[in-house]
Ligand binder design. Structure first.
Ligand code: HEC
Ligand code: HEC
Ligand code: HEC
Ligand code: HEC
Length: 512
């Protein structure tokens, strides 16, 4: 298998006992195709025991990997502000502030009032009862986390695994405590809690409910440690810091191979729509018409930049496995041998087993968000990454240069108009008119782009909603779903030609 031999960090003699089957491996559509744009739910890696040659390992673990690919489906479903470090998306000067803990926000007079979700006062209740972030730490105490930790560190038994103490896991599953607060487990228990997204409250807790807070400037709030979550660029960077990864919390293939859901691949506006809102969305939309489409565009650029920064680090850091498998389309190595798959029928747009395709997730929809071409470095990076042993010294500066170009493009993208129906319809048409996607990742990004733009169009101009477009979107959504009656998701069942035809229908319905 190409690209595997020089790889470090993978043993072919790993011994994995079989943990319980994933109950949710074949999840079904939870919310409507278009509302939540949500597909199924989690998965859990099932490991076969014994040692195998590399090729055999891959063949035998196929079912697992396909189940794993189910995780991909799970996620489907501005200003000049610069964070000090991409590592935590924390504004300058806030990284050493103290955290007070979510308990401080939970008073019945404050963020835990008996009011409907989405109204002021609902925040704590919504987060604690409906938001998965609230259990991001406790999930580390479960056996499936222990299993990941055991696999990752090759520990002899589950009992030796303490993922809740692994700083690597904690970076994304809890608060980033400053040194003085290290060891205060009570603060970690709340997982991804209020202050992870709104900033350490040491200096603002006692002030932010006083009448004069409303008159406090945004800059002053930030100086006190509060994060500017209203700023969509900041918000996209915040979410990407865990949902794409950062240079010091890098979700490499070893983590995925150990059984962690695939996360290095997501779409911001979709994740935002899936997070149970504890803020007033109606007010937010009134303040920023077209917010969903704009979030999609900003998210494309921010995610791509975050992913390129990861690539740069992976290439520069000699202790990091290289080539990093998480950079490639998963199906390039993990393909279904039992039935004819698109991988085995060469043709235009179908990636070849012999060529590893680099970056299948953050690129397909990016040109539409940039309103122009991809950074020129992309082509060269792709060429280098397809080589058997990519030259990391050449990849690193190219990845940096491409990331810098995206950083420069961001203010333009963030201020582009997404509140004007004709323009939105044109953008929608451009995406629908695009070339056939080259694989599942690209098809998923295409679908999510179409949905974000169509939903925004329908919101700004309800008279332009068309049942036939909605029907096409549902069909596209259905194509990304696993075939019925199967325990695992098989992305190879996706017919890219059929996908393209349906996409073209949307194009035609929009009129020329
Ligand atoms: C780069 C950030 C990051 C790191 C590092 C990380 N995780 Fe995660 N983890 C996530 C995200 C994001 C999700 C949610 C994925 C999704 O469903 O979209 C997640 C999901 C999970 C889940 C599934 C949760 C569920 O409710 O289904 C488990 C279990 C888990 N992580 C364990 C771990 C363990 C153990 C480690 C350390 C060995 C770890 N994670 C390291 C970001 C991270
Ligand atoms: C995963 C990130 C995240 C977590 C965790 C989180 N929030 Fe938020 N919060 C947001 C985003 C995004 C918004 C919407 C943007 C905004 O209004 O600032 C928001 C909005 C708010 C608002 C409305 C602000 C306004 O001016 O309308 C309040 C109040 C709030 N959050 C409080 C909390 C509290 C209390 C908790 C913990 C119980 C919490 N948040 C946890 C991300 C988060
Ligand atoms: C500190 C890291 C971190 C940040 C910041 C963060 N998340 Fe998460 N997110 C996680 C982890 C970890 C999970 C999985 C929790 C679990 O299931 O136990 C998760 C889960 C989710 C889920 C549920 C995924 C699913 O498949 O159901 C959504 C949606 C989500 N996050 C959206 C967001 C959005 C939107 C933002 C930004 C406003 C954000 N997250 C910021 C770490 C983070
Ligand atoms: C270049 C080839 C290659 C690519 C690309 C690749 N993998 Fe792997 N993967 C492997 C090899 C080799 C193993 C077996 C070695 C091991 O278990 O660590 C493996 C193991 C795994 C396992 C563990 C399976 C099991 O049952 O033990 C999972 C899960 C996995 N990969 C997920 C992914 C995901 C998700 C992607 C895409 C982001 C991906 N892989 C991309 C080569 C690859």
């Amino acid at each position: 298998m190409p690209g595997c031999s020089p790889r470090t960090g993978h043993g072919s003699t790993l011994d994995f006992p079989a943990p319980p089957r994933a109950a949710k491996a074949c999840a079904i559509l939870k919310t409507g195709a278009v509302r939540g744009r949500r597909f199924g739910s989690g998965w859990q890696a099932r490991r076969s025991s014994g040692s195998h040659s590399l090729d055999r390992v891959i063949t035998m673990r196929l079912a697992t990997i396909l189940a794993m690919l189910g995780a991909l489906l799970a996620w489907l479903s501005a200003t000049t502000f610069q964070p000090e470090s991409s590592a935590t998306a924390a504004p300058a000067g806030t990284t050493r502030l103290q955290y007070v803990g979510a308990g401080s926000c939970a008073s019945a007079a404050c963020h835990s009032q008996p009011v409907p979700q989405g109204t002021t006062g609902c925040e704590y209740t919504t987060w604690a009862s409906r938001d998965r972030h609230a259990r991001a730490y406790t999930v580390l105490l479960e056996d499936r986390s222990k299993q990941i930790e055991k696999n990752l560190k090759r520990l002899p038994s589950l009992a030796d695994a303490k993922p809740e103490e692994n700083q690597f896991c904690l970076k994304c599953h809890a608060l980033p405590l400053p040194p003085e607060q290290q060891g205060r487990t009570a603060l970690l228990l709340d997982g991804v809690s209020c202050e992870r997204c709104h900033g350490p409250a040491q200096h603002w807790l006692a002030r932010h409910y006083l009448p004069d807070w409303q008159r406090t400037s945004a800059t002053e709030k930030q100086r006190l440690g509060m994060y500017p979550t209203k700023d969509l660029v900041f918000r996209a960077e915040l979410c990407a810091s865990c949902h794409v990864g950062t240079t010091d919390a890098d979700p490499i293939h070893d983590l995925l191979g150990a059984g962690h859901p695939r996360i290095n691949h997501y779409e911001f506006s979709n994740h935002l729509a899936q997070m149970p809102p504890h803020w007033n969305e109606r007010r937010e939309r009134a303040r920023q018409p077209g917010i969903e489409a704009r979030a999609w565009a900003i998210g494309q650029v921010v995610s791509a930049r975050a992913a390129l920064e990861l690539l740069e680090k992976r290439a520069r850091d000699r202790t990091s496995p290289w080539p990093e498998f998480a950079e490639y389309e998963c199906a390039a190595c993990h393909h279904d041998l039992r039935e004819p798959s698109i991988r085995e029928q060469p043709g235009p747009g179908k990636p070849q087993l012999s060529a590893l395709s680099w970056n299948t997730w953050f690129e397909p929809a990016l040109p539409y968000a940039l309103d122009g071409d991809l950074p020129p470095e992309f082509a060269e990076i792709r060429r280098l990454m397809a080589e058997r042993y990519p030259d990391r010294d050449r990849v690193a500066p190219l990845a940096r240069a491409a990331a810098d170009r995206l950083r420069e493009a961001l203010p333009r993208v963030a201020s582009a108009r997404y509140d004007e129906p004709d323009q939105l319809a044109r953008r929608l048409a451009a995406v629908a008119d695009g070339p056939p996607p080259t694989g599942w990742d690209g098809a998923a990004q295409r679908y999510l782009a179409l949905t974000a733009l169509y939903r925004t169009l329908g919101e700004l101009a309800p008279q332009r909603r068309q049942p036939s477009i909605l029907a096409s979107l549902r069909t596209l959504h259905g194509m990304l779903e696993p075939p019925p009656g199967r325990d695992v998701r098989n992305p190879h069942r996706l017919s890219l030609e059929r996908f393209r035809e349906e996409q073209q229908k949307i194009r035609d319905q929009l009129g020329r």
